[in-house]
Design a protein around this ligand. Sequence first.
Ligand code: EPZ
Length: 419
Amino acid sequence: MEKLVIHGGAKLYGEVEISGAKNAAVAILPAALMVSKGKSVIENIPAIDDVHCLERIIESIGGKIEKNGSTYSIDATDELKVVADTEDVRKMRASYYLVGALLGRYKSAKVELPGGCAIGVRPMDQHIKGFEALGAKVTMEHGSITAKADKLIGANIFFDVVSVGSTINVMLAATLAEGQTVLENVAREPHVVDVANFLNTMGADIKGAGTDVIRINGVKELHGCNYSVIPDQIEAGTYMIATAACGGRVTIKNIIPKHMESISAKLEEMGVQVEELDDSLIITSEPSQLKAVNIKTLPYPGFPTDVQQPMSVLMSIAKGRSIINESIWESRFKHMDELKKMGASVLVEGRTAILEGVPKLSGATVRATDLRAGAAMVIAGLIAEGKTEIYDIEHIYRGYPDIEDKFKNLGADIRIEQY
Ligand code: EPZ
């Protein structure tokens, strides 16, 4: 087993290269299975455990993958199995994209119900509502979701909640449906747009991704293409916040600054300097000057829930009282108990956390309770006085490529140890 050991206190200087977006890649790889002609060559796939897990799942149903660094070539021209039921399928949330992809291509899919981070109840009613509106019969039995249709026919679907997963999943199925589908009240996250762009490059006809209405004219088949995944907004946000918390000056490279606006604006409000270049941001910070702020997590372009946990660490050392309102996931404060062990002053009441800024955190033995909680613990360790040991770090490697090397290159004292 592995743990992360950090000696805090170093300021961060230099450059960090951001990898491809996890939440785009985990949808784009299943989408590549919808191609019946030619190979899809996809660049900038992040080297994370969620992607490795998905690779095994794709191979288990008959997809072929060739890898060259971060470039994946996917060949799904041979007939695929429409049943995905391995242990890997149950492990990761994004397995649900196999339903949309296989239902679109084969009008039939059976997928074991997915797992993922324990951050709150994770219903699929909106996915099901969308598939049913397209004409599928959907059942949930014995821990599996089954969707079947004689044919899929375009429909008008108004989602009850703004959901990334259901927007992408229904978009996948509707791409190969007959006629036009109009999806309303959809998620506008950069990864939703990226998946739509990928599908369009393969011959789909999708308009409006990035707004709250997506129009899809169904096509008969998709063909192979070359594509590059967008940079990871959440990984970038994590390094921006880490720099703000540790102090120093770091260039966050290979990003789309527009995607970072809600985070940049909050950091500036706290007194952090954010300079915007074409495809990078330079963060300069003096932690003793940080001021308290309030955040409410919201769908894009609001403040992302996936950055809330790292951000809470920064708030824990900012002068004054900061308040977090977590509007997306009801159990995304599990890391607060770990943060308290390090000296943070936090009161959690339902979906609200109140943090009274303390001058410093102190090293402790803590756990990564989920993926972004793990990133939060890393930042806490980097700013704490003394030694921090983080256990259960497998969660972190689900979503952060080379995290210890990336921080080491910026001057942090962080290493992996076996135990
Ligand atoms: C995606 O999860 C991301 N995961 C999550 O990132 C992210 O936190 C979330 O979107 C919100 O941005 C992937 O992309 C693989 P949702 P998803 O459907 O699609 C409710 C990370 O840290 N809802 O947008 O599962 C739901 O309960 C992970 O990288 C329904 O009510 O989230 C939640 O309150 C963790 N019915 C809200 O919508 C449904 O059918 C948003 O969920 C679906 C969702």
